[in-house]
Design a protein around this ligand. Sequence first.
Ligand code: NAD
Ligand code: DAU
Length: 353
Amino acid sequence: MRKFDTVLVTGGCGFIGTNFIKYIFDKTNYKIINIDALTYAGNIKNLIDIENKDRYFFERVNICDAKKVNSIFEKYKPDCIVHFAAESHVDRSIFGPKDFIDTNIIGTFTLLEAARNLWKDNANGKLFHHISTDEVYGSLSDTGYFYETTAYDPRSPYSASKASSDHIVKAYYHTYNLPVTISNCSNNYGPYQFPEKLIPLMISNIIEEKDLPVYGDGKNIRDWIFVEDHNNAVLDIIYKGRVGETYNIGGENEITNIDMVNILCEKLASKMNKDKDYYKRLIKFVKDRAGHDRRYAINCDKIKKELGWKRQYDFNTAIDITIDWYLNNKEWIYDVKSGEYQKWIELNYSNSL
Ligand code: NAD
Ligand code: DAU
């Protein structure tokens, strides 16, 4: 079992990174360094509870900036890096792929170089964990699963950029013996997810009684996992994962998009004391996403058998936790959706990038 003193997290102000930092802050005594550029998707206010704690440090840095990344690595000398930072939204990658190429490919390369340099004399017990996605495997038809051995077949600029970064991470293991692990996870849901992704978008639109846009026929399937179960798996990997290995993480919880939207409509109707079908009138089938992957389904036997990971949450419980979080945090939704948060960042953090 590995032990660390200093864990450097990239993208810790985003959805999964925020949840990860809160989780490890509570569960460990590690010094935690959070480096994040605070793009539209990164919200520093998410971590307000720990911002003044003496074992938490935030640095506003673009991971493509090699000079700054190197100086931060030299300053804190992390023995573990958990790399979440990415451009993560498929639709945005279709309309503007460049940021995805920069952050996901060049940014990952920049971090790998900095880790290689920092650990050049002794990499024993160190670890670079790269967070990736099941989308690198492409699209499934009605049957079958993605295994760790499934050939990569990315189809969107987002998934192609993540696939590229996975290959570079593996190359650093084989070529330079850099101690790396990789995880490929299915669709996450939970608190702090930017309301452009299916679940928080639908919840926030239901709250505002706006249209619920369902792409194509609504029959595309995603495998949904609660964010805390994902983060638990990441902890298992950084403690016990075999260096050089890839681990799939999944919810084993396949749901069509239209079923998911109907579930959210019904659950919110019940919580808001409305008729069961009240919000379903907002559902609008719209033009399909270009190159829309039909089905994702993860086989995660490897992490279960090898590392003893198992999910703690069933879907029904975790989706209730998620919906309740958004209902109790309407200001957070307003702040990130309206652009108010970005204005605040530019006033308070404009000089630090
Ligand atoms: P997110 O978009 O919510 O957050 C991304 C974070 O990275 C933000 O805080 C943003 O400010 C930061 N960032 C972006 N570009 C940066 C740059 N150039 N330099 C420094 N920081 C930068 O993303 P998420 O949904 O939390 O995803 C985190 C990771 O998990 C990503 O690598 C993503 O590919 C992967 N992943 C996500 C899911 C999912 O369902 N959300 C599933 C599997 C894997
Ligand atoms: O599979 C893991 C991936 O899951 C992560 O790597 C990505 O970072 C994350 O964004 C997510 O990608 P998806 O494209 O699957 O997520 P999204 O929430 O954008 O869409 C989920 C499904 O819902 C997808 O089939 C498209 C559909 N959809 C999405 C939106 C935003 C709609 O029908 N309407 C919408 O408005």
